[in-house]
Write a protein that binds this ligand. Structure first.
Ligand code: SAH
Ligand code: SF4
Length: 357
């Protein structure tokens, strides 16, 4: 028997194709998406507006399948972290961050990450595989279902969990389609953010393919330093990255800006000179800078910059006309802060081994 199609993998246009192949009309897509994404009904037998024959066919050839939740931890500040089993000894992590006026869900796009940024716990884990659209979307559904009884809701989704979304383009794009689609999650394009460390050719495609917000993990203002912190910079240096940013900013009809993320590492990238170099690099770019105090993890050898250094860095950027904010660490007591997500990754790259030597 061929494998059943998990319908969580399909965006609206793929679902139309799916029903078309079954000789069904496109309105079936609307009915099915309402059951899944609005009514949270995942059993075909309960989808009574589908014909009996169609329900029987769907049971044979399709499924609506979720990965298993291994654990759900609540931090003191309201942050919730789910560890989700993606099979074959691989776990990923999903984090809900409540704020006064919104609730952000931070989702994973890969099991581990192959890019090995030196300050990132996921980078230390190595890489196993890409997540499918269904596995990405399931994270949002799992969180939605868990939050529903308390009346809390997800207003923003950010691809800032484990993995580099721009190395898993197709699955991430289809997941974005579903996040934006009124028939499923219906989030506005400003409230869905892809965060990337700078996979330049993918960023150029992304600008045309999905109209979501973009965050770039910059972390250093010069190639010399960025080569060290974000190794993919050796392949796509800052000048190429900034050209890709330009393409993004000029795509689409609505005004866009880019969030530049900058992790604050004591004595590494946090001097006044670095702040001035960064201001120069971003001059004239429609940008916001997000300073992220470094979150430590067991293998890390960096330290976080002091509060006064971060403030000084921020003031230098302000004085050069760059909009800047400092991200507050959340969920630290359950290891849910940026860069602390480690999951459980069966490393296929042997990086963990190489790093030990
Ligand atoms: N791979 C993507 C998205 C996941 S990382 C990317 O790199 O953008 C999400 C954000 O957390 C990135 O800006 C990343 O650089 C940052 N981050 C990683 N490790 C961190 C750490 N230890 N402390 C603070 N931020 C970290
Ligand atoms: Fe991968 Fe992003 Fe971590 Fe770098 S910061 S290793 S790109 S998850």
């Amino acid at each position: 028997m061929t494998e059943r199609q998990n319908l969580l993998n399909l965006n609206q246009s793929s679902l139309n194709d799916f029903f078309n192949q079954l000789g069904e009309k496109p309105y079936r897509t609307k009915q099915l998406m309402k059951w899944i994404y609005k009514d949270h009904v995942f059993d075909f037998d309960q989808m009574l507006n589908l014909s009996k024959k169609l329900r029987e066919t769907l049971k044979e050839i399709a499924c609506i399948e979720f990965p298993t939740v291994v654990s759900k931890n609540h931090a003191l500040d309201g942050v919730i972290k789910w560890v989700i089993d993606m099979g074959a000894d691989n776990n990923v992590e999903t984090v809900y961050i409540p704020e006064k006026d919104r609730g952000t869900l931070c989702i994973s796009s890969q099991v581990g990450c192959s890019l090995a940024c030196t300050f990132c716990s996921t980078g230390y884990q190595g890489f196993n595989r890409n997540l499918s659209t269904g596995e990405i979307i399931a994270q949002v559904l799992i969180a939605n279902l868990a939050l529903k009884p308390s009346g809390k809701r997800i207003s923003n989704v950010v691809f800032m969990g484990m993995g580099e979304p721009m190395l898993n383009e197709e699955a991430v794009y289809s997941a974005c389609d579903l996040l934006l689609d009124d028939l499923s999650f219906g989030l506005s394009r400003r409230k869905v953010t892809i965060s990337s460390s700078g996979v330049v050719p993918a960023l150029e495609r992304m600008s045309q393919r999905v109209p979501v917000s973009l965050a770039i993990s910059l972390h250093a203002p010069t190639d010399e330093l960025r080569d060290e912190l974000v190794p993919i910079n050796k392949k796509y240096p800052i000048s190429e990255l900034m050209s890709a940013c330009d393409i993004y900013l000029n795509a689409g009809t609505q005004e866009r800006h880019i969030l530049f993320e900058y992790v604050m590492l004591k004595g590494v990238n946090d001097s006044q000179q670095h702040a001035e170099q960064l201001a120069k690099l971003l001059k004239g770019v429609s940008a916001k800078v997000n300073l992220i105090p470094f979150n430590p993890f067991p293998q890390s050898h960096y330290q976080v910059s002091s509060a006064s250094t971060i403030e000084k860095f921020q003031n230098t950027l302000f004085s050069r006309g760059i909009r800047t904010m400092t991200r507050r660490a959340r969920g630290e007591d359950v290891d849910a802060a940026c860069g602390q997500l480690a999951g459980k990754v069966k490393d296929k790259t042997k990086r963990t081994h190489a790093r030990r030597n």
